[in-house]
Every structure is written in C-alpha cells, then in structure tokens.
Design a protein around this ligand. Structure first.
Ligand code: 7TS
Length: 415
C-alpha cells in the first residue's frame, strides 16, 4: 500500500501498486498520460476484484443464502462508502450506482428532464461540456421544447461569470456544469453556480468525472442537487459510476429504467417502487465493480485527495512550462500559475494530433488525440483536434521530460 510523507506523494511506492506501469513497448517503458480517459488500477483494487469472484460471487438483494447475503452487504455498503467519499451525509439513499458519468447524466435528463421541462423553460450549461452532458441536454431540450443556453468561456478557458449571471433567470430550470474540464483543465466555481441557480429556483447538475478522482469533493459544500462521476477514472474498474442526488429529488423523480430489483410490489395493473437508491438500479447491477469502486475510494483516501490535487497541479504546471519552450506549440486552458486539473491539451503548428499521437506511441508515450468529446469547444478554439497529456498519482516530472523529448522528435520529423 502506498504511503506518503506530509506534503508529497511517495511516487515510488504508489507506482509499485500499479503493475501495468512496468510494461514496455519496443524497449521503452510505458509512459501513461491518458488518465483523463481512464486511470490505471492498483493492486488493492485488483485484489478486491479477484477476491470477490473467488470468495463471494452471487446475486444481490434476492438470495437468502450466505453468499448472496455477503455480496449484498458488500455491494450496499459500497454505496455508503462512495456517498461518504464525496461528502454526502445521507449515505446510500443519496448514492445511485450507474454504469458511468454518461449514464448518470442520462438518468437525470430522462427521469427529471422529460417530466419537468417544457416550452419556455431553459437549461443553462457551459461551452466546455463533455458530450455526455452537452448532447444529453441538447436532445432532451429538443424533446421537451426547452431551450439550451451556453455560458461563454474567456480566452484563458475560465467561465464568464457575468454571462452566467445574465443567462440564469426565472426561466432556468436546470444549470449543468462540468466541475473540471477534461480538455482545458479549468476548475469551475460550481458552488457559485449552485448559488446563482438556487437564487432562481433552478437545480444544478455537476459533472464530476474529472474532479472526484483528483481533488477533495464535497457535494454538500457545493450544494449540488446532482453530482456524477465514473469509477474507471478514479483507479476503479469500468462499468460502474455514481450519481449523487438530494434525497427529496430522488424520492420525487420517476424511475429511469424499469424491471427487477427496482420494485416494491407488482400486479398486472401497476407497480410501486423500491427504496432509494434501488429504485434507480433496475436489473442485476455491476456488483463486483461497485465493491471495487469502494476499494478505489479507500485507496485514494489513504493517499489523501489534498496531496493528489497538489501533485496533479504541479505536474500540469511543469508540463505547461516545458511546452512553453516551443514557439510552435499552443496550449489551451488556464495559463501557468493558475489552479488547474492535471491535464494539458496542446496543438503543434502543422502537425495533426493523430500523427503526433502515433509518433508518441512509438516512444511508448500514451496520450489522447482528437476532440476529447468536446467538439463544439474545439470548434470555438478553432482547432479540429488537440493532443492531451493527462496525469495521475503515479506520473512524474521525468515522464513529462520523456513526453517533451518525444515531441521534439516528432517536430523534427514534420519540419
Ligand atoms: N464528463 C467528463 C468531464 C469527462 O471527462 C468524461 C469522460 C465524461 C463525462 C464521460 O465519462 P464516461 O465514464 O461516462 O465515459 N472523458 C473522457 C476523455 O476525456 N477521454 O475519454 C473519456
């Protein structure tokens, strides 16, 4: 298990928990800088998965036998663990497990949006949303007649809060904002947005996919009505994510998916719904993944989210500094010295991001090239695609140096 000193991460001992980092390609050791897409999985989480299938595997809620009871307790407790991890004092009743952030967005859009929105209503979101939120609200807007409005970003990739204050009015029913941008690295003032939303009797949905893995999150301090995240971006497995919702909202909303597990009583005419959060978890859930996501939360808490946030900011600042050495490289998002998430998107003049990523791959450096599911934002920035390096607890400045050397090679190749 990774240990840390008072200020900094003990990277060596953290790296020892991630066997995949030992992989080599073409004689080069993997430099994994695609953490905003998916983080790697540490041994304690892998062990939890293996142990679950070796010792406990059974369906939940329905069995009276010992295995089913053990699986049920572990799965249900995992909800309390994740609620606590993001500062929700209501425990499992405010923590729905979904497949990922995308499904959490859709759950709210369908279960709340389809019933509550109509012509004349407005949804206010931002220009830097991931497609999982942007496309979802856009399409729910089309189906209900509600209008979607976008809070502008400034040159540095910060939200224009004057514009937010202008856009959020009595017509606004929902404000939806990303907590940390997966393209710009901007950390948005979601607490301030929540206050503006609530002053106008609107709700706020926060997309925390890039925040929950990387910084302490307190949904009650933010006063978020809904808050979404994914397990696979926080050292947990794929196929599992979470949706926090205030209890009175989850209580009053209609279910999103119908079927087994989510009912209390069924007859041929009608059905009633199970307690929270099971009302929103139809069918056999991702049991092992839910339990493993709780193990991931334990792992990150043991390291300390404050330290993780500091580490990521340091790496982002160092990457910005090194990328600044090149006149033909343009970086996006908040400039050096400004608080940001652990990622940097950039563009090299005359080199397509996909070509660049391929050359970096030859150096065993894994980055993302494309629009990172923020196509409208890329249109606004005037680029078709960017290359993104994103960092996590096991990354080092030396790895950023490797990235820079590989970039230099690529530039010479295309010069
Ligand atoms: N919101 C943000 C801010 C994200 O970065 C992502 C995934 C999602 C939502 C969707 O998460 P999912 O788990 O439902 O897929 N972002 C990325 C990315 O930047 N590259 O690959 C996935």
């Amino acid at each position: 298990m990774a240990t840390t000193d008072s200020d900094h991460l003990d990277i060596e001992s953290i790296r020892a928990d991630f066997p995949i980092l030992e992989r080599e390609f073409g004689g080069n050791q993997l430099v994994y800088l695609d953490n905003a897409a998916t983080t790697q999985t540490p041994d304690p989480v892998i062990d939890t998965i293996v142990e679950y299938y070796r010792e406990t595997n059974a369906n939940v809620h329905r069995g009276l036998h010992q295995l089913s009871q053990e699986a049920s307790v572990a799965y249900e407790d995992a909800h309390d663990r994740l609620a606590d991890f993001i500062g929700a004092s209501g425990g499992r009743e405010e923590m729905v497990f979904t497949r990922n952030t995308t499904e959490s967005e859709n759950l709210v859009a369908y279960a709340w949006g389809l019933n509550e929105l109509g012509p004349g209503d407005e949804i206010v979101t931002t220009e830097m949303e991931h497609h999982s939120s942007l496309v979802t609200w856009q399409q729910i807007g089309k189906r209900t007649g509600a209008e979607v409005k976008y809070i502008r970003i400034d040159e540095d990739g910060h939200l224009d809060m004057d514009h937010a204050n202008e856009l959020i009015t009595e017509d606004t029913q929902m404000v939806s904002a990303v907590h940390v941008s997966n393209t710009l690295g901007t950390v948005n003032p979601v607490g301030e947005l929540a206050d503006i939303a609530h002053d106008h009797d609107a709700l706020i949905f926060v997309d925390g996919a890039q925040a929950v893995p990387n910084m302490p999150v307190d949904v009650e301090a933010i006063d978020a009505d809904f808050y979404a995240f994914s397990g696979h971006k926080m050292a947990g497995p794929t196929g599992i994510g979470g949706l926090y919702g205030k209890r009175h909202l989850l209580d009053s909303m209609e279910p999103f998916l119908y079927g087994g597990e989510m009912i209390r009583h069924v007859d041929y005419e009608d059905s009633t719904w199970n307690d929270l959060p099971w009302k929103y978890e139809a069918g056999t859930p991702a049991i092992c993944q839910g339990i493993a996501m709780a193990a991931a939360a334990d792992y990150l808490d043991d390291i300390g989210l404050d330290k993780i946030q500091r580490h990521e900011n340091e790496l982002a600042q160092y990457a910005l500094e090194r990328l600044d050495e090149f006149d033909d490289i343009r970086t996006f998002g908040p400039g050096p010295g400004t608080k940001r998430g652990g990622l940097v998107s950039f563009d090299i003049e005359g080199v397509h991001a996909h070509d660049l990523a391929e050359i970096l791959n030859d150096h065993a450096v894994a980055v993302r090239a494309g629009h990172h599911c923020t196509q409208p934002l890329h249109d606004k920035l005037g680029v078709a695609a960017t290359t993104r390096a994103s960092f996590y607890i096991y990354n080092t400045k030396a790895e950023i140096d490797t990235l820079i050397d590989a970039l230099d090679d690529a530039r010479q190749l295309f010069a």
